[in-house]
Ligand binder design. Sequence first.
Ligand SMILES: *Cc1c(COP(=O)(O)O)cnc(C)c1O
Length: 433
Amino acid sequence: MATFSSPIQDDLAVNWHPFMQMKDFETRPPIRIVSAKGLRLQGEDHWYYDTISSWWCNLLGHGHPAINEALRHQLDQFGHIMFGNFTHDPAIQLSKRLVSITPSQLTRVYYSDNGSTAIEVACKMALHYWRNKGEPQKNRLVAFDGSYHGDTIGAMSLGGVHQYNGMFGSVMFDAMSLPNPSVNESRALDELHRVLQASSHHIAAVSIEPLLMGAGGMTLTSLDFYYQVRQLTHQYNVSLISDEVATGFGRTGHLFVSTAAGVCPDYLCLSKALTNGQFPLAVTMTTDEVFSAFYDDFEAGKTFYHGHTFTANPLGCCIANATIDSLMAWDWATHVASLHDALRQGMQALVDDYDGLSNLRTVGTVAAMDVDLPGHRALFHLAQRAFDHHLVLRPLGNSVYLFLPLVTTLDECRAILGHLRDLFRGCGGWHQS
Ligand SMILES: *Cc1c(COP(=O)(O)O)cnc(C)c1O
């Protein structure tokens, strides 16, 4: 290797970045981050607000002292041990915490390492549950169009984001698809009702991304919609898989969407903010009813044969404990409410001032709007220019969104909105309305 190569040249020689056309790096190479503190990501010669919470994970900022301290402490005890025969305090404590803050019937915690695996666990448990209950014909899964549950093949099969999944149709399982509820809730509900009426004997579970449908375009549905889906699935004896991988831990202004909606799903999937994004860890939580359907003499053949090498990694559990403690030690709900107001007002002012902006939707620390810009790959180029304004934007379709850490101060929020305004002001072909 040439001794004078730069880290960026080295990166481009050996790394393959996710969700990126690597050729695009020819015009704007990846940015090398050298440190991060609070909301700020420090590059070699420029800094950035982490305006998408490092892919929807970060709640409490980077370099959080209590989280770092917890990690250091656990490192001195032990790092990874297998969770098959062994257990450890970080996992015991984390599970107790999670059981105490989620809907009361969720009493069991199954660990894995990311959002997609949390969904895979839920799907396999749901299918296995009905088999253990003597109803193996309940083997179909149902999902809403426009929802996103991850990128493994099972999680993709439930997802309805065709840009990501279209390529892999031949290997995905055949989930039954319902209309996108963020387009029309009552139509989605009617269709769910019709499908359950006709086929509930063959359906194991329905999956849902409640309140905020993230990767499908940052669109919203109501708490009541989620509640109605739970009512229908109860009525037709079908399990409900709730994907709160992105919405959990205060992101929407509610600790969990499920608690806010008064819904207890049969499976609750959590990841992302669980560790403040500082460690890959996920959980699938479930009920006594499900757990006891697997609990039997070995010969009954009901054992759940699923697991990942890094199940309940002690470092991850320890970081999650520190994250939850730090979140709970703070009146985050009051702060998120005022942050949401500032965010909504600022975004509304942008939408009012620029005629290419429309369809504002906001919840908690998340705000999205449609951007109508002329030109080839206009939003891609907008996001590239955003870096020059200290912003990290990852447009989804024709939408631009902010997904702010909970600790974002009102001043930081106003500064971010100011930078966003500067970015739009610089857009050629636009006039202020
Ligand atoms: C990100 C996400 C996932 C997938 O999580 P990964 O950790 O990326 O596998 C699943 N569901 C939702 C709602 C997500 O936002």
